[in-house]
Write a protein that binds this ligand. Structure first.
Ligand code: NAG
Ligand code: NAG
Ligand code: NAG
Ligand code: NAG
Ligand code: NAG
Length: 702
C-alpha cells in the first residue's frame, strides 16, 4: 500500500463504541430470556436489492464506475471532500473519491467511508477497479454501525461528513408513542464518539443535508403533527437547524422533502404538485441577523410538468445544474438526469448506460465533477450475484435468532427443522438452514402452517391473495413426506377460506372465511375438513383474519378491524377456542395496522408486524413497498412489553416463530435470474397525464 492507512483504520474502529446509550433495559431483556428460538420472516423485494453505488464523470458520462464492494447492500452515498474532513487523507496525492454511504452487512446497517483511488488519466476501466486488489484500490473505514449493538441502531438516509462529524439518521430511539416514526438526525464527533441528537424529542426528521459551509442542516420533518399512514409523499415541511447542536430550528419551507444545498442560502427540494407530478423546487432563504427567516421564503418550481423529477442533488462548484431522479411517461424505470437550471433542459445520464434498471438518490461531488447514485448491480459485477434465499439478521433479543427468507408466509414445523413458505406461484418446503428447498404445490397460495401431530402435514390456502369475501380460495392440506403429497381440500365452496392454523392436539384447524359475507373465524376438523365438523368462532360485520393457535391450545390470536370495520385499521386480539375470553392485545395508535400474530414456542410471547414505528425514510427514496412502515415487533402474550425487532424502510412481515436457535448462515439461491427484478414505486406509474388532476386518485391505488 502506498499510503499508511493502518493508523487511520485502528483509529476509526474506535468509533464503534458510540451510541452506547441504546442498551436493552435489564427488565425488558429478562422477559425474553426463554428457551432458544428463531423468528423467520419475509421482506417484499429486499432479497433482490443488490445495491451498489456507482459514479459517472459529468464531463464524460459514458463510463460508469462502481465504487462500492459488489457484495454488501450499499446505498445512499455522499462524496466527502478530500481536503476538509479527514486529516489522514490530507497528504493523499492521487485523485480519489471519498465516499460515505450506508451499508447493510450481515443483517445490520453501518455507515462506511470508502477511499477509492483511481487516476482518470489512466482511464481505468470499471472492471479493473473492482474486485481485484481492493486493498490497494479501496480502503473501507466503518464510521458508525450497530455491529456492537445488536440491531438497535439503524441508518437509512444519506449521511454527510462535516469537519470531523458525521450527520446521519438513525431509528434507535423509541419516541414512546405508537405510530410515530423513530427517525431522528444525529451528529457523531468521529474522533471522540460523542453523539448528539439534532432532532427534538417527539419529532421525526428525514433526509438531512448539510450546507456547504457546514453551519446548517436542512431536514424534512413532520413537525408536531406526526405520521398519518402516508406511503407516497410524507407531507413533510423543511426545517433548518444549526449543525453544531440542533439549535435555531426553524421551518423554512412548507410542504417539501429531500432538501439539498447549492450554497448556504439556496435549497433545492422536491414536492408532489397539485397537477400530480413530482417536481423539484428552488428556494432562496432570507437571512436576518445571522438566522433564517421563516415567513418570506419564495420557492419556484424548476423542473417542468409532464414528468416526475425528485430527490434533487444540488451542485456546489457549478451552480448551473442539479442532478435528479426522474420517471418519464412511458418508462417503467427511474433514471438519473442532470437538469440545466439556466437553460431548463434535461441531460439524460443513466438511460443510455443501463436503460432497464432503476437508479436512486443522486449526489454530486464537491467539485461538481462526479455524480453518484445507487442501483442494483445485476449479475455482471464480479461480486456476489445471487439472491439470498436465507439471510441472517442481527437480533436485538438474546436467544432469539432472526432471519429473512426469500419467500413469504414462512412457517416452522413443530420440531423447528423445516420451513414451509410460498413463492409465487407455489408452495415450498426447505430445511430450516435453507437447504433442500423443493416445491410441493405449483398453485398460487398464501399463509402456510404445519400440523402438530401428523408429521409432514402442511396447511395452506390456494387461490388469489388480497381478494374479496367471495373469491375462490380454499384450504388444503399437503403431506410433504408422502411421495404423492396426498393433497386434500378441507373447505367447501371457496368463499375466501384462508390463514389456517392447527390446534396443538392435532384435531382442529382455525381459519378465516368470507362465507357469511364478512371475514370471520371458523374452526373445522383437521383431518376431514368442514365436512367432518365446523364451528363458528367469531361473528360480526367486520374482518377477523390471520389467526394463530397458541402452543398450549388455550388461545387463538388474530388481527381484526372490528373497531372500525372497513377502515384498513387492524388491531390484534386473542380469544379462547370456545369463543370466550376475547381480549384486545395491541393497537398501533388510531388508524394503525398490526397484523400477522405468531405465538412463541413457549406461548409467552407473540411476534407481529406493525406500523407502530411509522416510516423510517421518505418512501420515494426506495423501491416500491406496499407497506414501507412494516417492521417486526414482539409483545408478551398479554399484549404488554412491546419490543422492536427490525428497523427497515421496507415491508418486513409474516413472521413465524420456531424452536430452532442456531445462528443461521446466509444461503444463496443458485439460480439468480430474479436478482434486480423489483418494482419502482407503483404510484409513480403514469400512462397519461389527463387523469392526474383528479387529486391523485389513480396514484393512490395500491
Ligand atoms: C442493569 O444491570 C446493571 C448490571 O447488571 C446494573 O448495574 C443496573 O443497575 C441495572 N439497571 C436496572 C435499571 O435495573
Ligand atoms: C438461552 O436459553 C438457554 C436455554 O433456555 C439458557 O440456558 C441461556 O441462559 C439463554 N441465554 C440467554 C443469553 O438468554
Ligand atoms: C503531510 O505532509 C507534510 C509535509 O510533506 C508532513 O509534514 C505532514 O506530517 C504530513 N501529514 C500527515 C498526516 O501525514
Ligand atoms: C458476514 O459474516 C461472516 C461470518 O461471520 C463473515 O465472514 C463475513 O465477512 C461477513 N460479511 C460482511 C459483508 O461483513
Ligand atoms: C373456554 O376455554 C377456556 C380455556 O381454553 C377455559 O378456561 C374456559 O373455562 C372455557 N369456558 C367455557 C365456558 O367452556
Amino acid at each position: 500500500m502506498k499510503y499508511s492507512y493502518q493508523k487511520a483504520l485502528s483509529c476509526f474502529f474506535l468509533f464503534y463504541f458510540l451510541l452506547s446509550q441504546c442498551q436493552i433495559s435489564n427488565a425488558t431483556a429478562e422477559h425474553y430470556r426463554g428457551g432458544a428460538s428463531s423468528i423467520a420472516f419475509a421482506t417484499v423485494g429486499r432479497p433482490r436489492y443488490a445495491f451498489d453505488i456507482y459514479s459517472l464523470r459529468i464531463s464524460d458520462p459514458s463510463k460508469e464506475l462502481r465504487l462500492t464492494d459488489g457484495n454488501s447492500i450499499n446505498f445512499n452515498g455522499y462524496f466527502a471532500s478530500v481536503s476538509s474532513a479527514l486529516p489522514f487523507l490530507k497528504n493523499y496525492s492521487l485523485p480519489s473519491v471519498n465516499l460515505v454511504y450506508v451499508t447493510e452487512r450481515n443483517g445490520s446497517t453501518s455507515i462506511y467511508l470508502d477511499a477509492v483511488h483511481f487516476s482518470p488519466s489512466l482511464r481505468v476501466q470499471p472492471r479493473s477497479l473492482l474486485g481485484v486488489s481492493t486493498q490497494f484500490n479501496r480502503v473501507q473505514i466503518p464510521l458508525v454501525g450497530d455491529d456492537k449493538f445488536n440491531g438497535l441502531v439503524s441508518m437509512k438516509d444519506r449521511p454527510s461528513l462535516v469537519g470531523q462529524s458525521l450527520v446521519y439518521v438513525s431509528t434507535h430511539e423509541n419516541p414512546g408513542k405508537p405510530r410515530a416514526s423513530w427517525s431522528a438526525v444525529y451528529s457523531t464527533q468521529l474522533t471522540t464518539g460523542s453523539t448528539l441528537r439534532l432532532t427534538p424529542k417527539g419529532v421525526a426528521d428525514f433526509s438531512p443535508a448539510v450546507s456547504p459551509s457546514g453551519a446548517w442542516t436542512a431536514v424534512a420533518s413532520y413537525g408536531e403533527e406526526g405520521w398519518h399512514g402516508d406511503i407516497q409523499e410524507l407531507g413533510t415541511d423543511i426545517y433548518v437547524v444549526s449543525t453544531l447542536d440542533g439549535s435555531n430550528r426553524i421551518k423554512v419551507i412548507e410542504h417539501g422533502g429531500w432538501p439539498s444545498w447549492a450554497d448556504d442560502s439556496t435549497l433545492y427540494f422536491h414536492r408532489r404538485c397539485d397537477d400530480g407530478w413530482w417536481g423539484v423546487f428552488k428556494a432562496v432563504l432570507t437571512v436576518e441577523n445571522g438566522r433564517f427567516h421563516s415567513k418570506s421564503t419564495v420557492a419556484e418550481r424548476v423542473t417542468p410538468r409532464g414528468l416526475h423529477a425528485f430527490t434533487p442533488a444540488a451542485s456546489v462548484a457549478n451552480k448551473n445544474f442539479i442532478a435528479v431522479a426522474t420517471r418519464r411517461p412511458g418508462s417503467q424505470y427511474r433514471h438519473i438526469e442532470l437538469f440545466d437550471v439556466v437553460l431548463s433542459e434535461f441531460i439524460e445520464l443513466t438511460r443510455t448506460i443501463s436503460p432497464n434498471a432503476h437508479h436512486y438518490n443522486p449526489f454530486i461531488s464537491p467539485d461538481s465533477a462526479l455524480v453518484g447514485y445507487h442501483k442494483c448491480r445485476g449479475t455482471t459485477s464480479g461480486g456476489r450475484t445471487n439472491e439470498l434465499h436465507v439471510e441472517s439478521v442481527n437480533s436485538p433479543l438474546p436467544n432469539i435468532s432472526l432471519f429473512r427468507i426469500g419467500g413469504s408466509f414462512p412457517s416452522f414445523s413443530p420440531d423447528g427443522l423445516r420451513i414451509a413458505y410460498v413463492k409465487s406461484p407455489g408452495v415450498y418446503v426447505m430445511n430450516s438452514d435453507g437447504s433442500g428447498a423443493r416445491m410441493v404445490s405449483s398453485r398460487s397460495a398464501f399463509s402456510t402452517a404445519w400440523d402438530w401431530k401428523r408429521k409432514g402435514v402442511v396447511y395452506t390456502s390456494v387461490g388469489p391473495t388480497f381478494a374479496s369475501e367471495t373469491s375462490k380460495v380454499d384450504i388444503i392440506s399437503i403431506n410433504v413426506d408422502d411421495d404423492d403429497l396426498s393433497y386434500k381440500t378441507l373447505t367447501i365452496g371457496g368463499e375466501n377460506n384462508a390463514f389456517p392454523s392447527a390446534s396443538p392436539d392435532g384435531k382442529w384447524v382455525v381459519f378465516r372465511s368470507g362465507r357469511s359475507g364478512h371475514k370471520n373465524l371458523y374452526i373445522m376438523d383437521a383431518l376431514d375438513g368442514e365436512k367432518g365438523a365446523l364451528h363458528r368462532l367469531t361473528e360480526g360485520p367486520w374482518s377477523d383474519t390471520m389467526c394463530n393457535w397458541s402452543p398450549d391450545g388455550d388461545w387463538i390470536a388474530f388481527a381484526s378491524d372490528r373497531e372500525d370495520a372497513g377502515s384498513g385499521s387492524f388491531e390484534l386480539f386473542k380469544i379462547h377456542p370456545n369463543g370466550t375470553g376475547l381480549q384486545k392485545l395491541i393497537q398501533s395508535g388510531s388508524g394503525g395496522r398490526t397484523n400477522h400474530p405468531w405465538f412463541s414456542p413457549d406461548g409467552k410471547y407473540i411476534a407481529l408486524t406493525s406500523d407502530y414505528a411509522g416510516v423510517s425514510s421518505e418512501p420515494i427514496s426506495n423501491p416500491h413497498q406496499f407497506q414501507p412502515y412494516g417492521d417486526l415487533f414482539v409483545i408478551k402474550s398479554d399484549g404488554s412489553g412491546i419490543r422492536r425487532l427490525t428497523h427497515n424502510s421496507y415491508e418486513d412481515g409474516t413472521p413465524t416463530w420456531g424452536l430452532k436457535a442456531s445462528v443461521v448462515a446466509n444461503v444463496e439461491l443458485s439460480d439468480s435470474e430474479s436478482l434486480c427484478s423489483f418494482e419502482d414505486c407503483r404510484w409513480l406509474s403514469i400512462s397519461t397525464t389527463k387523469s392526474l388532476g383528479s387529486s391523485n386518485r389513480q396514484c393512490a391505488e395500491i
